[in-house]
Ligand binder design. Structure first.
Ligand code: 5AD
Ligand code: SF4
Length: 324
């Protein structure tokens, strides 16, 4: 296995099914070290609104879930939290929300401009599907990166899970973002009901086709108040295999050990950073809102932004990696 091998769908499927995957993990870890070094980038994530007009079958924030107490942070609260995160040492802020039309592209753009004026943080937006013109406006306001997972590359599975969208439009968004000069983040879930290794191979090739600069790959976690409540959770092992294969396909990509992966592997001794990952995201969402942003069931740390960051810094150093 060399760098950036042109792995075919068939080869990816075979690798995913290996009895002993350890040689691939070793190679992914080497490629990670050679290409992007030992740094683990810590990103701050601010979940500024849990209002969503869509009804993705897996998500706890879907519009039809009436049990969620909805919130919207004011622009002032968002800017204040951004400044606090900057003071705590963060250099990238991920601003994430449901698809909430209350934040028009104009308003979001103003908030991005204000945060850019007050800090030197890179800004990543993760606010869903928009027109190319709106993405262009936000880019002009200073947004540097955009996260929009394609979720699954199987068009039929995509249609079953997403009553309000198509895989085609999702991919159109990713291509527009890339063309506008955003550092573009894709990604998908592992263990969705009906997914096979052939689907996962297509997911991996989709990331490579954009090509994505970042990719968030996490296990599916069933939320009790969604139509998928009865489905089994995705496997952490298969998730890590997908991260490792992404590192081979996209050697220089930024690959987070996703929060969902952390949730599922919390009890396991294995190191979520040894499969090729080099990024981790920490929530800086104010505590009063954090528990309301429940995409999937997950325990929440109630420590302060600065304390949480210090703890993570120590954990990363203990793995012989460099927090940044
Ligand atoms: N399990 C795992 N990940 C989920 N997401 C949404 N719902 C779930 C779930 N039940 C992920 C999707 C989405 C991101 C915001 O969270 O990949 O892009
Ligand atoms: Fe809304 Fe995103 Fe959840 Fe879909 S995954 S329902 S778009 S918050």
């Amino acid at each position: 296995m060399g760098n950036n091998p042109a792995l075919s769908a068939g080869e990816l499927e075979e690798l995913l099914a290996l009895e002993d995957f350890s040689p691939v993990y070793r190679r992914a870890n080497e490629v990670r070290r050679e290409q992007v070094g030992d740094t683990v980038h810590i990103r701050a994530i601010l979940e500024f609104s849990n209002v969503c007009k869509r009804n993705c079958a897996y998500c706890g924030l879907r519009a039809a879930h009436a049990g969620v107490e909805r919130y919207r942070m004011t622009p002032e609260e968002m800017v204040d939290t951004a400044v606090e995160a900057h003071r705590a040492g963060y250099r990238t802020l991920v601003m994430q929300s449901g698809e909430d039309p209350w934040y028009t592209p104009e308003l979001l753009g103003q908030i991005v401009r204000e945060i850019k004026a007050r800090t030197d943080m890179a800004i990543t937006l993760s606010c869903g599907e928009m027109s190319k013109a709106d993405y262009a406006h936000l880019r002009a306001c200073g947004a540097d990166r955009y996260l929009l997972k394609h979720e699954t590359a199987d068009p039929e599975l995509y249609a079953t899970l997403h009553p309000d969208g198509t895989l085609e439009n999702r991919l159109r968004c990713l291509r527009d973002l890339k063309a506008l000069g955003y550092e573009t983040g894709g990604g998908f879930m592992v263990g969705l009901p009906g997914q096979t290794n052939a689907t996962l191979a297509q997911d991996l090739l989709t990331l490579a086709s954009i090509p994505c600069d970042m990719a968030g790959i996490g296990p599916f976690l069933p939320h009790p108040d969604t139509p998928l409540r009865g489905s089994a959770p995705g496997s952490t092992e298969v998730t890590k295999r997908c991260v490792a294969l992404t590192r081979l396909l996209l050697p220089r990509a930024n690959l987070p050990a996703t929060t969902a992966l952390g949730v599922r592997s919390a009890g396991e001794k294995s190191d979520v950073f040894s499969c090729g990952a080099n990024v981790v995201m920490l929530k800086v969402t104010p505590t009063c809102y954090k528990r309301k942003y429940e995409i999937y069931p997950a325990p929440l740390p109630d420590t302060h932004i600065a304390q949480q960051r210090r703890t993570l810094d120590e954990q990363i150093r203990a793995l012989g990696r460099i927090p940044c």
